[in-house]
Design a binder for this molecule. Structure first.
Ligand code: MN
Length: 250
């Protein structure tokens, strides 16, 4: 079995090594990760320019591209044998609720599922400036991988795993959750450069979460690991029925 490990934090991220260690006895672990931090690049694919792939050590590839590029190259010919499972993470910071649409970590798992592979994204609630110990999260990832291998997951489904930040010991337990709702407080901040021209930041206050039981956010904020199955079919079937009444025919 070949396990593809990727991330969006870049090839230097210590979490990649933590994952390789806990997965090593399952099969051949191959790391294919962006050559730099590609957080919040979502599902971007590099199509309009060529890019390099370096191989700093055996079974480690650094791609001059996005997390999605990494999964695409790994499944489309870079590796001698295609991966059997995709593990993306462990992200430095949570990826819950609506944030899954911005996350490169989750996008890599979604790309794996689009390529027909079982795929898992893992993220840990860590502050930006913190140097966390990923070992507890890595051990939990191994449990999830074992279950996915043993039981399988449906096609076009990816698992989104979030673990609380635990310095030692373990989480309180595990909750199977739905995506929570984040309330973004972003606004456009306009500044002026030394030459008098405007430039912009998307910024503002930290987003807040809707406190709702059963969500990923609720689980993690109460000390539980959270596992959310994500369906890639975003079709709103109920709304389809409703919309058949719309008078759209010219
Ligand atoms: Mn990241």
């Amino acid at each position: 079995m070949t396990i593809l490990v990727t991330n969006d934090d870049g090839i230097q991220a210590p979490a990649l090594t933590a994952l390789r260690e806990v997965l090593a006895d399952l099969g051949r672990v191959i790391i294919v990760a962006p050559d730099r931090d590609q957080s919040t690049t979502s599902h971007a694919l590099t199509l309009w320019k060529p890019f390099r792939i370096e191989k700093p050590e055996p079974d480690v590839y650094a791609v001059e591209g996005t997390p999605t590029d990494c999964v695409v190259v790994a499944t489309q010919g870079l590796l001698e044998e295609p991966p059997t499972i995709v593990v993306s993470g462990i992200n430095h910071g949570p990826n819950m609720g609506d944030d899954v649409f911005y996350s490169g970590t989750v996008a890599a798992a979604i790309e794996g599922a689009l390529q027909g592979l079982p795929a898992i994204a893992i993220s840990m609630s860590v502050a930006r400036d913190e140097r966390p110990d990923f070992s507890v999260a890595a051990r939990f990832t191994r449990r999830v991988v074992d279950e996915v291998i043993a039981r399988g997951i449906p096609a076009k489904t990816a698992l989104n795993v979030n673990v609380p930040n635990l310095r030692s010991g373990t989480y309180k337990g595990v909750k199977i959750t739905k995506l929570g709702t984040r309330i973004y407080q972003d606004r456009l901040i306009e500044k002026t450069d030394p030459r008098g021209r405007s430039y912009y930041w998307i910024g503002g206050d930290e987003p807040i979460w809707k406190e709702e039981e059963g969500t990923d956010f609720h689980a993690v904020s109460n000390g539980y690991a959270s596992v959310t199955p994500l369906k890639l079919d975003l079709t709103d079937y109920r709304e389809m029925v409703e919309m058949k009444r719309w008078e759209l025919t010219p």
